[in-house]
Design a protein around this ligand. Sequence first.
Ligand code: SF4
Length: 410
Amino acid sequence: MQRPELLAPAGNMEKLRTAVHYGADAVYLGGRAFGLRNLADNFSIHEMAAALEFCHEREVRAYLTVNSYPHNDALERLERYLSEVAELPFDAYIVADPGVMELAREISPRRELHLSTQANTINWRSARFWRSQGISRVNLARETTLEAMAETVAKSGLDVEVFVHGALCVSYSGRCLLSSAMAGRDANQGECAHPCRWNYHLVEEKRPGEFFPVHEDESGTFIFNSRDLCLLEHLPAIVSSGVASLKIEGRMKGINYVASVLRVYRQALDEYAADPLGYRCRPEWLEELSKLSHRGYTTGFLFGAPRDVGQEYTSAYLRSHEFVGLVEALREDGSVVVGVRNRINVGDELEFVGPGMRSHRLRLDGLLLLDPEGGTQDGDVANPNQRVIMHPPFSVGPFDLIRREKTSMP
Ligand code: SF4
């Protein structure tokens, strides 16, 4: 059995380090333009160089997203951008637009090109066509069944990549005009305002200004709001289909998401590879994914059209835990420096989590606040952006996450 690559989002340097720490085999990241996630922090040219060095020292591959659909007036800028990044040792570019492909090939003829999900490949003939155009890997559109994945692998002769986890569009793999029309922000240029997740009312044409609520439930009406994709339970079937890469969506998501999703899929994939016959999807993996902010999970199109199981009828994100801090450094006396991301109080029940599903609980009896000069003082509360010192009576490592159960759902 060939173990597929686990491919993780890296919206900025901290997320990239987190992804690598929690077991990504490869990461994808964008520059400040042309990468379809203009609202993520993204990377400057200088930061990309540092990111590539960090990844390659750890034998992790890094792909650059250049998967927007540029208009004519952006082409000169795109050419300058591709010339700048040509010097950087990216393992591949992720592209969608044929014009971008051609330009990338002219500027960097030896660079591998992966086809983005934005190109909407859903059949093996299409994949084979892209191979003839110099594409070495195709990310299938999310509207692809398990059967079609296997057939495309068998007949296209291309490496095939599929999404296994993350948000779904209600449009055809992101080719959507809703955000352009409603918010003036073009989803195909990386500026989606996510209007498909807004709450909608009904207006009768002769009564403008009168908004009739259409109650699906007490939260309102969410007519487009898709659930999030989660294919963890079907990992064996997906791996058996022969795909080369399992991709996790979410360059806009936080490090808590990146770490938690990766540690689950990393362990699941490794356990399956080690013992395919004895493999079982562990309940604690599903429980871990349910602790993250999500809109209910669906298997999407894996087994055909999702119909009603793909729709979420509430705006509320489901989330049982909140991320409160990150272990930044270990000190010689066994204590740790924690970067606070959400208010922490003395008395909180905290959970420290690390790679390999490592998890420990700690009731916080006291807080030592660390000032920028290195001095400390006792406190009852620590606020975001402060640093504190903690003394966990168990082993933890840098990049371990600290979270706390929310008192009420969602
Ligand atoms: S509005 Fe929704 S469906 Fe359209 S591109 Fe944005 S996320 Fe996707």
